[in-house]
Design a binder for this molecule. Structure first.
Ligand SMILES: Cc1cc2nc3c(=O)[nH]c(=O)nc-3n(C[C@H](O)[C@H](O)[C@H](O)COP(=O)(O)OP(=O)(O)OC[C@H]3O[C@@H](n4cnc5c(N)ncnc54)[C@H](O)[C@@H]3O)c2cc1C
Ligand code: FES
Length: 259
């Protein structure tokens, strides 16, 4: 884990209420892997609020830096959305465990709900680099205006299915309805599922994965305070006792989680 000053190189609104920020920070980028996260101080040096750093997944990673894709929900994310190229940001990372791909595994399906797609883009890119891999994605959003990354996933060659709550794009249903249907139709295909999104979606995926005996790994979003395993504020119950989302996660074998 490194604390470093990153430099904002781009910051643009991608949809109403969402922004994509490019940050130059080679020291952290070189060590980061998909599914890990960073925390950013969201205020000027003299500001006292927000006191706590805010956590974000690595959206895309390069040798010199990374992108974060964020939904504006409060003071910290609003502050970040207003930063300009050239501004400095105080970053701590990479934190947490990240996604692991089992050796020899070639069949994958990524299931994302809402802003949960943010940390899955770097994973998607790494999966497409596996020889002969078959990779699918299902992205769910409330509405077309909140649908993120679908074009990017298609551009990198991932067959992507879309669900929106209001039917304004793709199918009018939940991402998990598409997952169920897809697994029924594509008999014999036994993918590893990688997921991130709202808790009801992850609970539904747990049920599907258990019923079909599929491997499934989910990135969880708990409230993070210290981010480094010191305050115990992000503890969750698992089948092997309490675990810390910031240190033991944020990625967990979904069957381990006690919801
Ligand atoms: C490991 C991890 C990775 C994350 N990655 C991303 C990401 O890539 N992109 C992104 O946009 N967000 C991500 N989040 C969520 C993000 O950290 C919060 O939205 C952010 O901290 C809110 O800060 P704020 O000051 O703007 O809002 P606050 O004023 O702190 O909160 C505003 C509202 O958002 C809710 N909220 C705050 N934190 C969370 C959270 N962790 N999960 C759900 N709701 C929350 C609060 O309950 C409150 O209702 C991640 C969270 C974790 C734990
Ligand atoms: S946020 Fe402090 S232990 Fe996880």
């Amino acid at each position: 884990m490194i604390q470093s000053a990153g430099k904002v190189i781009s910051n643009k609104k991608v949809k109403p209420g969402y922004f994509l920020m490019g940050i130059r920070c080679p020291s952290i980028a070189k060590k980061a892997k998909p599914g890990q996260f960073l925390t950013i101080r969201c205020g000027s040096d003299s500001a006292t609020t927000p006191l706590l750093r805010r956590p974000f997944g690595f959206h895309r990673i390069s040798a010199s830096g990374f992108e974060i894709l964020c939904e504006i929900v409060g003071k910290g994310t609003r502050f970040l959305s207003g930063l300009k190229p050239g501004d400095k940001v105080d970053i701590l990372g990479p934190l947490g465990n990240g996604f692991s791909v089992r050796k020899g595994d070639k069949n994958f399906i990524i299931v994302a709900g809402g802003i949960g797609v943010a940390p899955l883009a770097s994973l998607a890119e790494s999966l497409t680099r596996i020889k002969k891999a078959e990779v699918y994605a299902i992205i769910g959003a409330r509405t077309k205006n909140a649908l993120l990354c679908a074009d990017h996933f298609n551009d990198i060659g991932i067959k992507t299915m879309i669900a929106t709550d209001d039917g304004s794009y793709g199918k009018r249903c939940f991402a998990t309805d598409i997952l169920n249907e897809f697994l029924k139709i594509k008999r014999g295909f036994r993918p590893t599922i990688f997921a991130c999104g709202p808790e009801p979606m992850l609970k539904a995926i747990t049920h599907i994965a258990e019923k079909r005996g599929l491997e499934c790994y989910a990135s969880l979003e708990e409230n993070i305070a210290c981010g480094v395993g010191a305050c115990l504020g992000c503890a969750i119950r698992t089948r092997s006792g309490y675990k810390l989302v910031c240190k033991d996660g944020p990625v967990f074998d979904i069957k381990e989680i006690i919801w």
